[in-house]
Design a protein around this ligand. Structure first.
Ligand SMILES: *[C@@H]1O[C@H](CO)[C@@H](O)[C@H](O)[C@H]1NC(C)=O
Ligand SMILES: *[C@@H]1O[C@H](CO)[C@@H](O)[C@H](O)[C@H]1NC(C)=O
Ligand SMILES: CC(=O)N[C@H]1CO[C@H](CO)[C@@H](O)[C@@H]1O
Length: 879
């Protein structure tokens, strides 16, 4: 292919000429053979060497990076983006693209530590040519790898993770290390499945560009929040960008929260997880090989692999690292009603009264920012919301609760001495500073504002003082923290932002708006712990932590906080709602994947705005949404300003009744839900659970996001389309009981068409499970005088089991301090019931009613009058 002609001559000019010819030939020979090598890389294995957006990548640009250039005709939809942002990259790494070599490796207490060096600089500035890779065998199911800069310390995410002290003895994984170039392969010991293989693309470790890729054992990947998508991620060159952002949920856009974690399925039903502990702006690229690339612009590379092997155990192992979700206060699980634009406290009150009037259960009433005076935190509009304190008093008198919105940004333009939160904040130095050290000013609802820096303990104290003072005026029960990406109507600040490599990094991930400061504060802004460049996506987490701890001090009960922006570990402090959705059938459907994803991410207290936030729902949509919403772990109807009311009483009697029924159904299942939250809190289980968690050997369940389970036992099949009175649902193999009739059906693992008139949401009970239910009133209550019913769905061998966690519903750490009861119900034959208090309290006397409904195949109903659950509750002093 590349022959070079050698000529011998004594004429120096001719020699020079041929020397040049020779060089040119050798070069083109090298690049031609390079091109051959390039074309050997199959399209799906091409890793993007030119990820920059808004650039038309030419051969010259690409070869200047020493990469392969092979244009591929783009899919027509992406004709305007020829560099492959939506398709096969035109410019990709060659096999011999320079990467790091391992030059030394030594054993450590937890594993190994190696030195990696690289001689050739990459095309990004600030290459760190010597890095250290530490491999920690933390537990048998958890591997941790940290790649750091030994010569200077870099930003690390300030959340506390467990510290292992000795090397795992019998790990479920094997780690293989290649030296030249350095790469890691992690395999599952039992099957040999390759869970991680970083040899597929070069490692980058520059100051503002850190990147590695891995092959994946399958295309079944979940997690990677917060994005709007199907539950199962798309591998067709799909880039998911992470950087907290205030924007109504849309596809392929970075949204409110950041969760660099995925769950992956392997052949044979095993699952593993991967968590990159990094908070900088990043891209995660999925490509059809299948492979995944992590591309972040700061911090370090610090990651975990969790070996499962079941999907549920992967989540348990992940939550052991980031922290378990808090046990919610019991009324958090009731029905919440909210809207932006009640406009007066009297209007808010009218709606509450109207729900009471129709017997529609409601535990919590909320107000959006319209309760505030000029949208300022810690104030209320004493003209329009004149009766707010009385409304709250009335709610409390009816065992109902009140939740208010708080935005982080504090008005900075009030006359001095008239607005304590700002004056005092300035005095205590709580606000985020600009690059020059002056209070950074942005713009939010109240106008010009300063942003509290929740990375500073001083700010937590100031936040508490403000909440506490306001609580004396309006004794709210919980907090809704919004706009905490943090959101800014300006880009950066009133003074813009400096121009430097933090504001304009060498590479900017695919953030909406194209700039890190788009609709937030400057990347160069200064916070106590670090620059905003590193801290940005942690803002919601830190505000949630400050809010939960303040609430706990104000009312010594479990704090109730719902946050828009989220980050791993936030389940310890708050729940989440899925943001400003629209009243569309599509949003109804996508809410299910949102709910399921957040259950994987350790934030089970999650829900979407029932009936949609913006736009106006048709009555039918609102009914269907209320039915589905009755099975969101967190159930709130919320509506935007200027839209028609969409609370249940705003609709026809038929619709209203259907909504009421759905909510009453939820209330009757409260003991089940509460027990599931207990397991989430103590064991890191999911509450709303994808079918694939329970049926890992059935691949047909892997993509299901139109149905889900509560725990192991209740299958929810909502209607998601207009104008139908049926729904098609998938039933994994086994025996399923219709929840309402007790009629059983045996599925071979098939889709079934179910009757679903407007007033019905299909609910099925899985064989082998007992669920405790209770008839509640208008508010969720604790086994006061209503008896507990056990519904038992026997499996073929006549057995079933279930459990119940019970405590006073509101005290902090009841499990941790042994102030609870836990019962396991085991039905071993049709009529035999064995109670077991797994740990603590035994009911000594049993006298009153326990109604046991045993559903057998013939739906035989049996009443027993032998045991009393009321008594065991009073025995521990809760009634
Ligand atoms: C709210 O209702 C109270 C009691 O009926 C009344 O005195 C007050 O004027 C009303 N407030 C507004 C803003 O309408
Ligand atoms: C209850 O049944 C389950 C499932 O059959 C079994 O694993 C468990 O040991 C039983 N518990 C008691 C206390 O009998
Ligand atoms: C109905 C609904 O909740 N739709 C979307 C709202 O936003 C979240 C968060 O992005 C999505 O996951 C939901 O699908």
């Amino acid at each position: 292919m590349c022959q070079v002609l050698f000529l011998l001559t004594h004429d120096p000019n001719i020699r020079l000429f041929f020397f040049i010819v020779l060089i040119v030939s050798l070069l083109s020979c090298a690049s031609a053979s390079r091109r051959d090598a390039c074309s050997l890389t199959p399209a799906e294995w091409r890793f993007d060497c030119y990820p920059e957006r808004g650039v038309v990548v030419t051969r010259e640009l690409c070869e200047a990076r020493n990469c392969c250039f092979i244009p591929v005709s783009p899919p027509s939809s992406s004709a305007t983006r020829p560099s492959g942002k939506n398709g096969v990259p035109w410019c990709f790494y060659s096999q011999d693209f320079p990467s790091y070599s391992l030059v030394s490796l030594k054993d450590t207490v937890l594993g190994q530590k190696g030195k990696l060096v690289k001689d050739v600089k990459t095309y990004y500035p600030g290459d760190i040519l010597t890095v250290e890779a530490e491999i920690r065998y933390e537990t048998d199911t958890r591997l941790r790898v940290r790649i750091t800069d030994p010569s200077s310390s870099r930003f690390e995410v300030p959340i506390s993770v467990p510290t292992a002290t000795k090397k795992a003895e019998n790990p479920d994984y094997v780690v293989e290390i290649s030296k030249q170039p350095f790469s890691l392969v992690v395999k599952r010991k039992s099957t040999g499945a390759v869970l991680l293989n970083t040899a597929v693309a070069p490692l980058f470790y520059a100051d503002q560009f850190l990147q590695f890729s891995t092959s994946l054992p399958s295309e079944f990947i979940y997690g990677l929040g917060e994005h709007r998508s199907t539950f199962l991620h798309d591998f067709n060159w799909n880039t998911l960008t992470m950087w907290a952002r205030d924007v109504p949920p849309m596809e392929k856009t970075n949204l409110y929260g950041v969760h660099p974690f995925y769950l992956a399925m392997e052949d044979g039903g095993n699952a593993h997880g991967f968590f990159l502990l990094n908070s900088n702006a990043m891209d995660v690229v999925l490509q059809p090989s299948p492979a995944l690339t992590w591309r972040t612009i700061g911090g370090i590379l610090d990651f975990y692999v969790f070996l499962g092997p079941s999907p549920g155990s992967v989540i348990e192992q992940y939550l052991e690292v980031i922290g378990h979700p808090a046990m919610p206060i019991y009324w958090a699980l009731g029905y919440h009603l909210c809207r932006w634009g009640y406009s007066t406290s009297n209007n808010t009150w009218e709606v509450v009264k109207s729900l009471r009037n129709y017997g529609i259960p409601q535990d919590v009433q909320w107000n959006d920012i319209d309760y505030m005076d000029k949208s300022m935190d810690f104030t209320y509009d004493s003209t329009k919301f004149d009766t707010l304190p009385d409304l709250v008093k009335d709610l409390h008198a009816h065992d109902q609760r009140y939740v208010i919105m708080m935005d982080p940004a504090i008005s900075s333009t009030q006359p001095e001495g008239s607005y304590w939160p700002f004056d005092e904040g300035l005095k205590r130095g709580v606000f985020i500073k600009d690059a020059e050290g002056k209070t950074l000013i942005g713009k939010v609802w109240p106008g010009l504002t300063a942003y509290p820096d929740f990375s500073d303990e001083v700010t937590h104290e100031w936040w508490y003082d403000n909440l506490q003072k306001f609580h004396e005026k309006v004794p709210f029960d919980g907090l809704w923290i919004d706009m905490n990406e943090p959101s800014n109507f300006l880009d950066g600040s009133t003074n813009g932002c400096p121009s430097n490599s933090l504001e304009n990094p060498p590479y900017t991930p695919g953030v909406l708006g194209g700039l890190l400061r788009a609709k937030t504060v400057c990347a160069t802004a200064q916070q106590k712990m670090s620059i905003h460049y590193n801290m940005h996506s942690l803002y919601g987490l830190m505000e949630a932590k400050a809010s939960a701890s303040a609430l706990k001090r104000i009312v010594p009960k479990r704090p109730f906080v719902i946050s828009r922006s989220t980050f791993p570990s936030q389940g310890m402090y708050s729940g989440h709602w899925l943001g400003d959705n629209r009243s569309l059938w599509k949003d109804l459907y996508t809410s299910i994947s949102g709910i399921l994803t957040f259950n994987l991410l350790g934030m089970p207290l999650v829900g979407a705005d029932i009936c949609g936030f913006s736009e106006e729902p048709e009555e039918e949509l609102c009914v269907r949404w209320t039915q589905l919403g009755a099975f969101y772990p967190f159930t709130r109807n919320h509506n935007a300003i200027d839209m028609k009311p969409q609370d249940p009483t705003a609709f026809s009697p038929l619709a209203r009744t259907a909504m009421k029924q759905a909510l009453l159904l939820r209330y009757s299942l409260f003991p089940v839900l509460y027990t599931l939250f207990h397991h989430a809190h103590v064991h890191g289980h999911t509450v709303a659970r994808p079918l694939m968690f329970e049926f890992t050997s059935d691949v047909k369940t892997y993509g299901i996001d139109k149905q889900f389970l509560w725990g192991k036992s209740l299958l929810v099949t909502p209607v998601l389309d207009p104008g139908v009175d049926y729904v098609v649902g998938y039933f994994p193999e086994g025996l399923w009981y219709d929840y309402y009739t007790g009629i059983s059906m045996r599925s071979k693992g098939e889709e079934l068409k179910l009757h679903a008139p407007l007033d019905k949401i299909n609910l099925h009970l899985r064989e082998g499970f007992v669920i405790p239910i209770q008839v509640n009133g208008d508010v969720v209550s604790f086994l006061s005088d209503s008896p507990l019913h056990l519904v038992s769905a026997l499996s073929d061998d006549g057995s079933a089991s279930g459990d119940l966690f019970w405590d006073d519903g509101e005290s902090i750490d009841t499990y941790e301090t042994d102030q609870y009861a836990y019962i396991i119900f085991n039905v071993t034959q049709v009529l035999t019931l064995s109670f077991s208090l797994a740990e603590k309290i035994l009911p000594s006397v049993c006298a009153a009613d326990l109604i046991l409904i045993v559903i057998t195949h013939t739906s035989q109903h049996v009443n027993l009058h032998t045991l009393c659950l009321n008594l065991f509750v009073s025995a521990v002093g809760y009634l």
